[in-house]
Design a protein around this ligand. Structure first.
Ligand code: PLP
Length: 431
């Protein structure tokens, strides 16, 4: 692996200056410019080699430059580009909806709708839920992240950097307790919080939907406790509101299965998808019970670029790969291997409070000697890992969780090398 501290970086320096000059400074990012990427590795414009354990924040589950996805895209490029599905239909859009519905658990008829980004998928799921139920209120959880548009930013829990100075926010959004067992917030506490919300803030008869991430991503890689999704589904059924599972980050094999909710045996009414469903291309989707998806009047949902043919060509391959049991078995094996390595690391490190996750969607929460969130050590580990050629990223409302979203095609050598660097960096901040 390249020694980043001594390697010359003339191209990076030039591009950093150009970026500084032309790109709005509010877009974050360190001075690192990609030239080529393959599998779980990235090479930058100065020939430095990096191991990528973040995968474009969960967009690269299939590995960078997945050859099957690239072949499908090239074929589509030679046929036709954008059409606008509501004007001129084309088969790949239908194929993607069919495949996406196959990822949505539940023994009922399903249909799909395609958009461009995760936030847009969530926006549309909320529109559909409100239309279907003829109710306004939407419930979301502590530690949630659902995007950066007005509605999804409102649903998102972290004020800095996502909401600061961006209000007023969308009305009729109610936040309730999110389970966080490591900090003592159990399923019972979260369900009590929901009942208190019904008493204090909104009657359940006004609620259109509750939205949750089966594994909260940005909020700190928090898998819902085993019984939480089922209990929420029961409460929703009792009061006639819908359940929306946001699988934008946790879906597409990230936890070893096409949908993370499969681990919980629940069947959400609506689900949202994006990130790795496009295998590197921008596309997102909503799936749901057919009668719910069909409720909106003609033209009530749509958009110019949603389900662009090139993105659909990529998504067809990406989702088909995820539905392949061999892909899922490999992802589960990867998750188990990484988990046992991380558990070992945790035992030897005084800053690791908890290793948690589902399958290969893993997070490490860092705490100080008093058990309080340790954001400075987290930032130090992320920076030190980068200097050693490993790309990792923080998460969590307290910015004290390291998230691992390694491409699921990573080799044993990739994992070993990356884990050795991570362990070293964690030991360095412990001492
Ligand atoms: N929902 C979840 C769970 C996410 O993790 C994200 C992005 O990280 C989004 C929605 C928003 O997706 P996008 O950035 O594609 O709009």
């Amino acid at each position: 692996m390249t020694d980043m501290t001594t390697h010359p970086t003339p191209n990076t320096d030039r591009l950093a200056a150009e970026r500084e000059r032309w790109v709005a400074s509010s877009v974050i990012g360190r001075p690192f410019f990609v030239e080529r990427a393959e599998g779980a590795r990235i090479w930058d414009v100065d020939g430095r080699e990096f191991l990528d354990f973040v995968g474009g924040i969960g967009t690269a589950n299939h590995g960078h430059s997945n050859p099957e996805i690239i072949a499908a895209v090239k074929q589509q490029l030679d046929s036709y580009l954008h059409q606008c599905f509501s004007l001129h239909s084309y088969e790949p859009y239908i194929d993607v909806c069919r495949l996406l519905c196959a990822c949505h658990p539940g023994d009922f008829d399903k249909k799909g709708f395609l958009a461009n980004s995760g936030a847009e998928a969530v926006e549309n799921a909320i529109k559909i839920a409100r239309y279907y139920t003829k109710r306004d209120a939407i419930i979301c959880l502590d530690n949630a992240f659902h995007g950066r548009t007005l509605m999804t930013m409102t649903l998102t829990a972290k004020v800095r950097p996502y909401k600061l100075g961006m209000g007023p926010f969308a009305p009729e959004v109610y936040r309730t307790t999110g389970p966080y067992p490591f900090r003592g917030i159990t399923t019972d506490d979260a369900i009590d919080g929901l009942h208190r919300l019904f008493k204090n803030q909104v009657d359940p008869s006004n609620v259109a939907a509750i939205i949750y991430e089966p594994v909260q991503g940005e909020g700190g890689f928090l898998p819902m406790p085993d019984d939480y999704p089922r209990r929420v589904q029961e409460i929703a059924a009792e009061h006639g509101f819908l359940v929306i599972a946001d699988e934008v980050q946790s879906g597409m094999g990230r936890t070893g299965t096409p949908a993370a909710v499969e681990h919980y045996g629940v069947t959400p009414d609506l689900m949202t998808w994006a990130k790795s469903m496009g295998g590197g291309f921008p596309i997102s989707g909503v799936t749901g019970r057919a009668e719910i998806m069909d409720c909106v009047h003609k033209g009530g949902i749509g958009g110019t670029y949603g389900g662009n043919p090139v993105s659909c060509a990529a998504a067809k391959v990406a989702i088909s790969q995820v539905l392949d049991p061999n892909f899922q078995d490999a992802a589960k094996a990867l998750g188990a291997r990484m988990r046992s390595r991380l558990d070992g690391v945790a035992e030897r490190s005084s800053v690791v409070g908890e290793v948690r996750g589902l399958g290969p969607m893993l997070g490490i929460e860092l705490v100080d000697a008093d058990g309080r969130p340790d954001a400075p050590s987290t930032a130090a580990v992320v920076a030190a890992a980068f200097d050693k050629g490993l790309i990792i990223m923080g998460a969590g409302v307290d910015s004290n969780v390291i998230r691992v979203l390694v491409p699921l095609v990573a080799t044993e050598a990739d994992i070993e090398e990356g884990m050795n660097i991570l362990e070293q960096c964690l030991q360095d901040v412990s001492s």
